[in-house]
Design a binder for this molecule. Structure first.
Ligand code: SF4
Ligand code: SF4
Length: 735
């Protein structure tokens, strides 16, 4: 990984009394060290990648403290790592993106939760839900409920988040339950400060080794018959112990307000957004003081029945803000109120949407109904209920704000419609020069030869091939699952099915669930593996097939792709028994097309694997840019390649754009006043990957593309030659 986190690593060293300024997720990382964590693992994924990335780069400091850090193969291996805390008083933390990572980890989590833990366990999950999320929209809450884990959802304030990490470990030890901390995207990226404490070196660690293994204890195994007893322990001992800790340490927060007869209950992570929504009603100030009493649930599982009942008792109405579906908290609160025969009206999903992110605007719509019902009353009743004219005025202001937003959206849509347009969608796309784009061009061309094929797609950058202009991929069943997910389709298809997988997905899951299964079952499948050298989609983290530092240093020509320097994938496939294996360079479109056609038409009945090599352009640019800058600074000659379109030759049919999708291959007005179609053009960002030339050749496009060599710091002869050429062009060109 070429990105450096040296500044962040320094921040981890802060001691007592120093003020930490930064992002939420880095504050959590520092809090782990303040809590005396002994081991940290995980699998990267937004929005929590930063935690593991920084820890991995802080290796030297971690060794000083005796903290073991492991970049795990997948979330299941990270969750299994927590087994260390079942017998030993070791505090452990792991991290991943949820819900997908939690799904992968589910088996190990069940087997961890059943025997329970001795050392505190904290699982930091990025709750990738709502705007900006990149995975299926589901809630981690379900796992906490079913497996008997504590779920923390801290108020997005750095001091509170750090406190909750420290409490999370102690709570886990007090209850023997694993603790999960869910952090929404906004909580991970919220900025703020807190006063740091000294980091705690763990008592038992890589520096202070355990002399003996724990005594054999069958009750610590997740195995019958003790699993029956463990199931009872969850509700008889562990949950009551967790509740006692939460109450004793005031983990949930009660903020009072002048409207005592009303109440708002909110998941901690939604607190900031709720305050923003309340401000629209003039029901909260800029410092977060609410005029309606708030119960902020920094722990959303287990709930404290007494605390909730006391909060609701005597109120005319309570509104619960719970994001996502199903409404687990609301159902539990409703049940506990009913059991205690408390008649306080409870509102939640009746005034708020069932699913989707609760933004300030969404919350304001729910609050409007609540406020209209309980706070805006005729003036003669106002004094009795505590309602004020000011509230009524604010409510109409909110109505106007919401209406204004809606009117603006409708206005824009209508204006576009009047011009015969719709707002163009802006799907994400491959980086400029991405080595995976040419392969999708080749897949398009190969299908011209053999006909359309069913494509099992996967998770990773290559999933961007499901967007225009490629629109390639019928299903995505999970990370590394493409080959496994074609097993039911292949037998019913006339043509062979294509499965696409990245090297990240191959190591995460694809090798076993896909390759091993296809070989064992004699599947007649075609698997295309993108070997770009990194798990690029999660932030270009290293994997076992990443080119090592020695290869990078030894690269005589840094312009060259390094993806071919590590052969672990090929050797593994051969070792497993793959007999049909081809390696192609992704940028050679005609060759990739030919290899695909061969795989689809070959007489070989069995697994056919094509390894498509091409180093991730993002990582490559990070590697070569400083090198080029240093060459230029030293006055050395640097030659780069750029592509361009001759606008006099371009016929304006844009076939090249439909076959490429590169953002730097775009359109401009036709300079010929007699033609209306815009011409293709290559703009400045072109990194000269060569795909334009390859596509023009492989698809026999028009001859308008040219390749230019841009020379910086040219030598004397090159300058002389350039001025001669320029002179000749001037002579030949008409004035
Ligand atoms: S990060 Fe790398 S692999 Fe992913 S789209 Fe960008 S260049 Fe392609
Ligand atoms: S050569 Fe073509 S595809 Fe490659 S970066 Fe330049 S414009 Fe994009």
């Amino acid at each position: 990984m070429e990105v450096s986190f040296s500044k962040e690593v320094e921040m981890l060293r802060m001691g007592a009394g120093e003020t930490f300024h930064g992002e939420g997720i880095l504050a959590i990382t520092k809090a782990l060290l303040q809590s005396g964590v002994a081991y940290v693992g995980g699998y990267q994924g937004a929005p929590v990648s930063h935690l593991l990335d920084v820890m991995v780069q802080a290796k030297d400091y971690m060794q000083e403290l005796g903290v073991h850090v492991e970049a795990c193969a997948n979330e299941a291996s990270a969750a299994a790592m927590l087994g260390a805390s079942i017998h030993y008083p070791l505090r452990g933390a792991v991290t991943w993106k949820s819900i997908v990572g939690t799904n992968v980890a589910a088996d190990a989590l069940s087997n961890l939760s059943s025997p329970g833990v001795k050392g505190g366990v904290l699982i930091v999950v990025g709750e990738d839900y709502g705007e900006g999320a990149s995975v299926i929209q589901e809630r981690t809450h379900a796992y906490a409920l079913k497996s008997g884990m504590v779920l923390l959802d801290p108020r997005p304030d750095l001091s509170r988040m750090v406190d909750m990490v420290e409490h999370g470990f102690r709570l886990s030890e007090a209850s023997n339950m694993p603790t999960v901390m869910e952090l929404r995207i906004r909580a991970c990226h919220v900025r703020g400060s807190f006063v740091a404490k000294d980091n705690q070196a763990p008592a038992q660690s890589a520096l202070h080794l355990l002399a003996e293994p724990a005594k054999f204890d069958y009750s610590r195994l997740a195995h019958p018959p003790v699993t029956f007893g463990q199931e009872k322990l969850k509700h008889q001992e562990r949950i009551p112990a967790a509740r006692a800790y939460i109450e004793a340490h005031g983990l949930n927060e009660h903020f009072d307000g002048e409207h005592h007869d009303l109440g708002l209950i909110v998941q901690g992570g939604l607190y900031n957004t709720l305050i923003r929504a309340l401000q629209q009603f003039d029901l909260a100030d800029a410092f977060g003081n609410s005029r309606i009493p708030l119960l902020v649930l920094n722990v959303t599982c287990p709930l404290l029945p007494d605390q909730i009942a006391n909060f609701c008792q005597g109120k005319r109405g309570v509104l619960l803000m719970e994001e996502g579906q199903p409404e687990y908290i609301e159902q539990e609160v409703a049940t506990l109120l009913r059991r205690r025969d408390l008649q306080t009206p409870l509102h939640g999903k009746d005034v708020l949407p069932q699913g989707g992110e609760y933004t300030a605007e969404v919350m304001a719509q729910g609050l409007l109904q609540f406020v209209n019902r309980y706070l805006t009353v005729p003036s003669n009743e106002a004094s009795a209920s505590g309602a004020t004219d000011a509230t009524a005025t604010a409510t109409s202001g909110v109505q106007a704000w919401l209406q204004g937003n809606q009117t603006r959206r409708t206005g824009v849509a209508q204006a576009l419609q009047a011009q015969g347009q719709t707002l163009p969608p802006r799907p994400p796309g491959f980086c400029i020069g991405c080595p995976e784009r040419p392969v999708f061009s080749a897949i398009k061309l190969a299908q011209q030869d053999i006909g359309a094929v069913h494509v099992s797609a996967d998770i990773g950058c290559h999933a961007l091939g499901t967007f225009e202009p490629f629109s390639t991929g019928h299903t995505i069943l999970g990370y590394g699952m493409s080959l496994a997910s074609r097993a039911g389709v292949s037998p019913s298809m006339q043509r062979r099915v294509l499965s696409i997988m990245g090297d990240g997905g191959f190591w995460h899951n694809g090798l076993l669930t896909g390759v091993q299964s296809a070989l064992f079952n004699g599947g007649d499948a075609v698997l295309l593996i993108f070997k770009n050298g990194y798990t690029s989609a999660t932030g270009t983290q290293d994997i076992i097939s990443t080119p090592d530092d020695a290869a990078k240093l030894a690269a005589a020509d840094k312009w060259q792709s390094l993806a071919h320097t590590n052969q672990t994938i090929e050797r593994t496939l051969q070792g497993l028994g793959v007999q049909w294996l081809r390696t192609v360079h992704t940028y050679e479109v005609a060759k990739v097309r030919e290899t695909l056609v061969e795989a689809f038409t070959s007489d070989f009945n069995g697994l056919k694997v094509i390894v498509a090599e091409g180093e991730c352009q993002l990582e490559r640019q990070r590697r070569i840019k400083p090198w080029i800058a240093s060459l230029l600074k030293q006055g050395e000659r640097v030659q780069r390649v750029k592509y361009g379109v001759d606008e006099d030759v371009c016929n304006g049919d844009h076939a090249c754009i439909r076959l490429s999708g590169c953002p730097t291959l775009t359109l401009k007005d036709n300079p010929d006043p007699l033609k209306v179609d815009p011409v293709a053009t290559v703009i400045d960002g072109c990194v000269g990957c060569g795909l334009c030339g390859e596509n023009a050749h492989a698809a026999t496009l028009c001859p308008s593309f040219y390749r230019a060599e841009v020379v910086q710091n040219p030598g004397v002869w090159e300058r002389l030659l350039a001025s001669l050429r320029a002179g000749l062009v001037r002579v030949l060109q008409p004035a």
